[in-house]
Write a new protein. Structure first.
Ligand SMILES: NC(=O)c1ccc[n+]([C@@H]2O[C@H](COP(=O)([O-])OP(=O)(O)OC[C@H]3O[C@@H](n4cnc5c(N)ncnc54)[C@H](O)[C@@H]3O)[C@@H](O)[C@H]2O)c1
Length: 219
């Protein structure tokens, strides 16, 4: 994943720390679900896959230092991180491009449990407009402006072909969306104040392929 952000968070938490907070949140959620009440920084670091010094430093930005000999209160730390990320509130999200990937994203139940509510699925193809995916109607892309205004949407997901992605992003930005998660293999140009994160699984696979090749060469 690559990040393009225009500003640091209110208390200037470093961007690399911000990127790890959701990882800690996921690890803490697993601990809460397992009934764990306290954990050491070493346990949490192992669950999150980072080293414990880095974890302690990251959590110190949140003013969270744990209790010597006891560790962190799992439930409270989870709340603190969720509050810092902003997922204690419900974020309405629109997904544009309801093809193979759009269907998979719309059907993913993990968004809701992590604070994101998919309020609209939009597609330019009228043949898709009769569909209901995960209980949400697929609607015309031209309804974007109305939906964003009615629902106060700040986050948009792009799952269209690459050629359409910039035009979709432009329409999103023009009607007030300020954060975009882009799955299309296209570099988006957006004005200051709009954050774009790009997800590209084939790049992740290519990085793994590079390491596989290195392993094979040194074997
Ligand atoms: N990032 C990743 O890891 C990853 C993985 C898979 C696919 N993708 C990308 O996601 C995108 C979607 O892939 P897919 O397999 O779902 O494609 P798809 O062809 O099945 O679906 C694309 C959908 O976008 C709609 N669309 C086209 N132009 C539009 C526009 N201007 N406005 C609104 N909707 C529009 C189409 O009608 C279609 O329903 C592609 O760009 C693909 O390369 C990325």
């Amino acid at each position: 994943m690559t990040a393009r952000t225009t500003s640091e968070t209110a208390r200037d938490i470093p961007e690399a720390t911000v990127a790890r907070l959701p990882v800690y949140l996921r690890a803490l959620t697993t601990l809460v679900e397992a009934g764990t009440q306290t954990c050491s920084s070493e346990d949490l670091a192992a669950a999150a896959g980072v080293n414990s010094a880095k974890l302690r430093k990251d959590l110190s930005y949140l003013g969270s230092y744990g209790t010597r000999g006891v560790g962190y209160d799992v439930d409270y730390l989870r709340y603190q991180i969720a509050r810092e990320i902003g997922v204690t509130q419900d974020w309405p999200v629109v997904i544009v491009g309801i093809g193979n990937l759009g269907h998979a994203l719309a059907n993913y139940s993990g968004f809701r449990s992590r604070g994101f509510r998919v309020v609209a699925l939009l597609d330019a193809d009228p043949e898709r407009h009769d569909e209901v995916v995960a209980g949400v109607d697929v609607r015309a892309f031209d309804d974007l402006e109305q939906i964003v205004a009615d629902q106060g949407v700040a986050i948009g997901v792009i799952a269209t072909p690459a050629l359409a992605a910039q035009a979709v992003a432009d329409r999103m930005v023009a009607c007030g969306i300020t954060s975009i998660l882009n799955f299309a293999p296209a570099v988006l140009s957006v004005p200051d104040g709009v954050d774009v994160r790009k997800v590209d699984l084939s790049i992740e696979l290519q990085i793994l392929a590079y390491h596989e090749q290195r392993k094979a060469q040194s074997a």
